[in-house]
Design a protein around this ligand. Structure first.
Ligand code: C5P
Length: 305
């Protein structure tokens, strides 16, 4: 019997390494990135419906989000219906916890959770590989939100291979009441490279991840991971939002092993030693009026709850 409603979750991510190659002809950049899913999840509930609708609630302000057919969750559900030849629609409700336009792929997590939820609701049984192909058509980070855990992302970020990790890492996530547009941050990086005549030869044509970073993840070594955290978009994000620099410094002088801009920002991720260090850093940021929360990584990918 068809299900009446299905709930799925999908995680936000940080990039512990994000190397960006030159601009490609299709407007994207080749990247070499290590994604890590964190314990901050989106929750998507879908119900049978004739058409497609989207709504949002949750602890963060979602009032400005567009809920028409341009929303990624509606595009995700339509893509499953089309691939499976399914006639009906879905009412889609998202409980949002991952910051919007924050560099943590919250919108991608919404799409990934929607893919698995409608596939279950409609009994279309597309399977992981087809859902992953559909995910890649929706956005560069959507396949990772399906996959979860820790993965190397190549191409524009959608070509994934799993990365072995021991143990778990503690992070403090600092969010802001402003967002950054991903295309703007990539454009700022291109502008900077052009203005400083950074020869494309010196920008790795095939960007690569430090083997030391892979080793740090494999051995669960937070000290080594802190040393090799790297984000080529960080300077561009700091150029657009200079106040992020002060917050990075604040975190690093208040107990974090290292801080990094998450993806295209503006969310900051601070690697800390343990739960106590996380709690202390959250308290220090909160005392300055900033929004901070403690998360762990890696976390599972999109799944039915
Ligand atoms: O794939 P997604 O829709 O998330 O990408 C949003 C925008 O970010 C792209 O249109 C592009 O401007 C930029 N981008 C990029 N290179 C990537 C991923 C995203 O230039 N690898």
């Amino acid at each position: 019997m068809a299900k009446q409603s299905v709930t799925a979750t999908a995680p936000g991510k940080i990039n512990v390494c994000l190397r960006v190659g030159p601009l490609r002809d299709d407007g994207f950049h080749d990247v070499a990135t290590i994604y890590q899913a964190v314990s901050l999840h989106e929750e998507v509930t879908v119900l049978e419906s004739a058409g497609f609708t989207a709504s949002f609630s949750g602890p963060i302000d979602t009032s400005h989000l567009k809920v028409d057919g341009s929303n990624l969750v509606i595009r995700a559900a339509r893509a499953v219906a089309e691939a499976a030849g399914h006639d009906g629609g879905a009412e889609i409700h998202v409980v949002k916890r991952v910051p919007i336009a924050g560099g943590m792929a919250g919108g991608s997590a919404d799409a990934a959770a929607t893919l698995v939820a409608v596939d279950e609701l409609w009994g279309t049984k597309l399977g992981a590989s087809r859902l992953s192909d559909i995910a890649a058509t929706l956005g560069s980070d959507v396949p990772f939100a399906l996959h979860g855990g820790t993965a190397l992302g190549l191409g524009r970020g959608e070509l994934l291979s799993p990365v072995l990790v021991t143990g778990r890492f503690n992070w403090v996530i600092v969010t802001h009441d402003f967002g950054l547009s991903t295309p703007d941050v990539f454009r700022e990086l291109d502008r900077h490279r052009a203005a400083h005549s950074i020869d494309i030869e010196t920008v790795a044509v095939d960007p690569e991840v430090d083997p030391e970073l892979i080793q740090a993840l494999r051995s669960g070594d937070a000290t080594a991971l802190a040393e090799y955290l790297r984000n080529d978009l960080q300077a561009a994000a700091l150029q657009l939002k200079p106040q992020l620099g002060e917050a990075l410094e604040f975190g690093e002088t208040n107990g974090a092993r290292a801080g990094i801009v998450s993806g295209s920002g503006p969310t900051l991720a601070f690697l800390v030693d343990d739960d106590d260090a996380a709690e202390n850093l959250v308290a220090a940021f909160t005392a300055t009026g900033k929004s901070a929360q403690s998360v762990t990584s890696p976390a599972a990918g999109a799944r039915i709850r």
